[in-house]
Write a protein that binds this ligand. Sequence first.
Ligand code: PHE
Length: 364
Amino acid sequence: MAEDLHIVEQTLEQLGAETPERVAALFAEVRADFDRAFGSVTDEASWHALRDGWLGRKKGVLRLITENWLKPAGPALKPAAGQGLNELRAYVEGKKFGAFTASATLVAEKLDLSLPGVERALGTRHLVRQTLEEIERIFLRLGYAVVGGPEIETPYYNFEALNMPEFHPARDMWDTFYVDTPPGTPSQLVLRTHTSPMQIRVMERQQPPVRVIVPGKVYRRDNPDASHLFMFHQIEGLAVDHDITFADFKGTIEFFVHEFLGKNAKTRLRPSYFPFTEPSAEVDATCIVCSGRGCRTCKQTGWLEIMGAGMVDPAVYGFVKYDAKKVSGFAFGMGVDRLAILKYGIDDIQVLLQNDVRFLRQSP
Ligand code: PHE
């Protein structure tokens, strides 16, 4: 029994309890004492002591209350004593004394600080996202802004304003997904085949100087294989101002290649054709797999094509009401998924979309 709980050894009369309220107050005192004892239990032995002290047949607190309070109580206090005792018993037994006396619960609930921790598998950023962000950071340092745009476009932005009127053969450079639209829709819609339509949207809403990059998803009606996806990511770049030259273009690209692939990576420009740039170029960089010596990835050339680019064709300025005599600029577009697999030495681009956790977990 709780040593200092002397009140249960006296009768209600001896305790001077004359009203049911007083009796209830005494039960509250007893219950508080139980709570204190319950809170200070630390091991199996003290559990047993608590159990015996309260539920013991001969000298447990509940037994003593029955003998000393309930039995001798007169009719005025008997109901209060009976009710108080029932509630106290329910409370004490409700603490799962039985289970605790079997000691299993207490042992099970004990915290074993020596156990090894539970390892949590932390997620990582997808390789494509990491690559996008890495490229964004390089251009942010050069003062470029990052903007996003719609993946569903009108042919006007995807082709026409980029200097490709309807039936222009260059449209065939991009195998296009057309979106089914309800009759009456004002324009045909396409999934953008490149991020270049954002060149137009950006120039429509701001005057030079323009310095933006546009990361985003693009779609092409290609059959997926080791080097083709029907959805992939591009980063478009556009710089337009009053005195931008081809040298600025070259310098910017070289800076990017050095930052992205390392100081030893070289850059080379090959003449090419895009309807919206003139002159146009394909940009090659030293093959990162073989450092330029020649390997399977670069088809023994030592070079990898990393982007299409060029000086913005003056005809494009006409679509956005820029004065082609006063402004000049350059644009480029690169395939992020391809850069990611080259940089990380992956030989099949399709793993980027398969979401195999064994692959995803290898992301640095
Ligand atoms: N949009 C072109 C493509 O997807 C790349 C490009 C962008 C070329 C900007 C020139 C200027 O192939």
